[in-house]
Design a protein around this ligand. Structure first.
Ligand SMILES: [Zn+2]
Length: 76
């Protein structure tokens, strides 16, 4: 009875400030846990990665997709 995964930890979520639970502590949910993980990874890999920048640009500007990104639709 002491293994309730949703039992409040008595501490606020490190992300959104809501009451954290045992299952996801120190967060309130899997979502906030993922947010923290993403932040951590972003910081860890916050280096001049050319590949990552190109990928982000491609997603932001689909109308100007680089020609090197060929797909089956090009008839290649
Ligand atoms: Zn939260």
């Amino acid at each position: 009875m002491s293994a309730d995964p949703l039992a409040p930890t008595g501490k606020p979520c490190a992300i959104c400030g809501k009451p954290a639970v045992e299952q996801f502590r120190p967060f309130c949910s899997q979502r906030c846990k993922n947010v923290d993980l993403h932040r951590w990874l972003s910081g860890r890999y916050a280096v001049p990665a050319v590949e990552a920048e190109e990928d982000e640009l491609g997603l932001a500007e689909p109308d100007e997709a680089p020609p090197r990104r060929r797909g089956p639709l090009d008839g290649a």
